[in-house]
Design a protein around this ligand. Structure first.
Ligand SMILES: Nc1nc2c(c(=O)[nH]1)N[C@H]1C(S)=C(S)[C@@H](COP(=O)(O)O)O[C@H]1N2
Ligand SMILES: [Mo]
Length: 197
């Protein structure tokens, strides 16, 4: 009995260390969208990458599925203060999608089918930090959560994880996206509580 209690205590302490300041743990998966859920079928879905080098790449759904896929289990943190631990996703790493032709001191703009945009420094998405995810808990990503596919950048607040993603554009200079132009912090690190500015 004592051993079980000790186990639970240790597990709770471990979980607390994974919850950034000002956040609470939830088991739900709340839906947060600025507007209605756009209807995007897999057949219409394409994903485009535009690089400053002039290189332009585009994948259909079928082509995207032939890329190397990764299973990742990560903690996510929403600026509205919920955090969710151990969320399991499958998707393609941005390292694969961007390739070698990007300048690591540059920026990306994520573009979406609902018109939403969000900006992110390349140093926050290279080297295994970000994915285009199409599967959640082993099922096709639900439309409310960004299906067919969404950006996933778990180490930044979840507004950076653009749903219904249509493409990424490399930028030499930083330009604020939708929420970043409307009072949210430009960077959004949950561990530094970069919420609003
Ligand atoms: N295209 C698009 N992506 C978006 C949003 C949106 O309105 N449109 N909302 C953002 C916000 S503010 C949050 S917190 C998360 C919520 O994702 P969820 O609905 O899967 O929890 O998606 C982000 N990505
Ligand atoms: Mo959000």
């Amino acid at each position: 009995m004592a051993i079980i209690n000790k186990g639970f205590g240790a597990r709770r302490r471990q979980q607390n260390e994974r919850i950034p300041p000002g956040q609470y743990l939830t088991q739900d998966f709340p839906v947060l969208s600025a507007g209605p859920t756009p209807v995007v079928t897999n057949t219409e879905w394409t994903f485009e990458v535009g690089l400053l080098s002039g290189e332009h790449k585009s994948w259909s759904w079928e082509e995207f599925m032939t890329l190397p896929q990764e299973d990742i289990t990560v903690d996510i943190h929403c600026v509205t203060a919920w955090s969710k631990l151990d969320t399991p996703w499958r998707g393609v790493s941005l390292d694969v999608l961007l390739g070698d032709g990007v300048e690591p001191d540059g920026f990306l703009m994520a573009r979406c089918h609902d018109g939403y945009t969000t900006n992110v420094p390349l140093e926050d998405v290279l080297d295994g930090q970000a994915w285009i995810a199409h599967t959640y808990e082993g099922e096709s990503l639900e439309p409310e959560h960004g299906g067919p596919a969404r950006l996933l950048i778990p180490h930044l607040y979840f507004w950076k994880s653009a749903k219904w993603i249509s493409g990424l554009t490399e930028m030499a200079d930083d330009v604020p996206g939708f929420w970043e132009s409307n009072g949210y912090h430009n960077h959004g690190d949950p561990w530094k509580e970069e919420r609003y500015w």
